[in-house]
Structure formats: structure tokens, C-alpha cells
Write a protein that binds this ligand. Structure first.
Ligand SMILES: [Cu+2]
Length: 152
């Protein structure tokens, strides 16, 4: 009898611990990792890369990006065809499924940051405000680091 109640106590404690852990994480519904902008001097457009993880249990959509450091920001995807590579504006935004991660990376999805408002250098920080549908809050401010154009 004593053993049974001891086992029961352990089970109750474990369940409590599991509930506590699942209640703790994740802190943020959206996680953006390794945000970086490849420096291109001379006023040419620059590409921004990062990965985005949706920690909610419903799909979300990245619909906009803006930055005080640039005159215009677009969401692009590089599409490679027989004739070469071209960039397509993602006018429907980018869907991130529940629990999924989408990578913005070279030769794929990227932010196209146009008309830098000041001369940038490697190591500078640039804020980008992302707009989302399907999650609250709908706006996320993310600090990108300016990296050499040769970095991945
Ligand atoms: Cu582009």
C-alpha cells in the first residue's frame, strides 16, 4: 500500500513538472534567427536573410517588411530557370505553417532592401519591422546585422 501511494505521488509530481514546462515555452510565438543584411556599397539593393519559426499551432503569414534605414523593402524569391536567375516579388507574402521554420537564404527567399538612407558599414545594426497576419502582436521589430557581401 505504501509503495502504491509512493508511485502515485511520483506520477502526480511528474505530471505537475511537465505541465509547468509546457506552460513555460515558447516565450514568443515567432522566432527570427540570424537576421543579417549583406552590404552592397554604392546605393545598389541589398539582400536580407534570416530564418523564421512559427511556434503557434496555426499558420501565419509574413506580409510586409519596412525599415527606416531603407527607402523601400520588398519580399523576393530568387527563381532559377534555364535562362538564368530572376527575382519574384512575393505579393501574397510568405506562409509559415504551424511549428514550421522557413529560411530566407541566398538563392531563395530574401528581403530586398533598396535605397539605403545612409552609408552602411559591416557591423552596423539595422532595424526591420515585419508585419504578420494570423498572430498577435502583428508587428515585430528585428535588428539585422550588416555583414560582408561575401558571407553566407
Ligand atoms: Cu530581390
Amino acid at each position: 500500500m505504501k509503495i502504491v501511494s509512493g508511485v502515485l505521488l511520483v506520477i502526480v509530481l511528474l505530471a505537475g513538472a511537465l505541465w509547468w514546462v509546457s506552460d513555460m515555452a515558447p516565450a514568443e510565438p515567432i522566432e527570427i534567427e540570424n537576421p543579417r543584411v549583406r552590404l552592397v556599397p554604392g546605393g545598389a539593393p541589398m539582400a536580407g536573410y534570416f530564418s523564421i519559426t512559427n511556434h503557434t499551432d496555426a499558420p501565419i503569414r509574413l506580409v510586409s517588411a519596412a525599415s527606416d534605414a531603407f527607402g523601400h523593402v520588398m519580399i523576393h524569391r530568387t527563381v532559377v530557370t534555364d535562362g538564368g536567375a530572376r527575382m519574384e516579388h512575393q505579393d501574397q507574402g510568405v506562409l509559415v505553417g504551424a511549428g514550421e521554420t522557413v529560411a530566407f537564404e541566398p538563392k531563395g527567399l530574401h528581403l530586398m532592401l533598396m535605397r539605403a538612407q545612409r552609408e552602411l558599414e559591416v557591423g552596423d545594426a539595422v532595424d526591420v519591422v515585419f508585419g504578420f497576419e494570423g498572430v498577435e502582436p502583428a508587428e515585430y521589430r528585428v535588428t539585422f546585422t550588416v555583414v560582408p557581401v561575401t558571407s553566407s
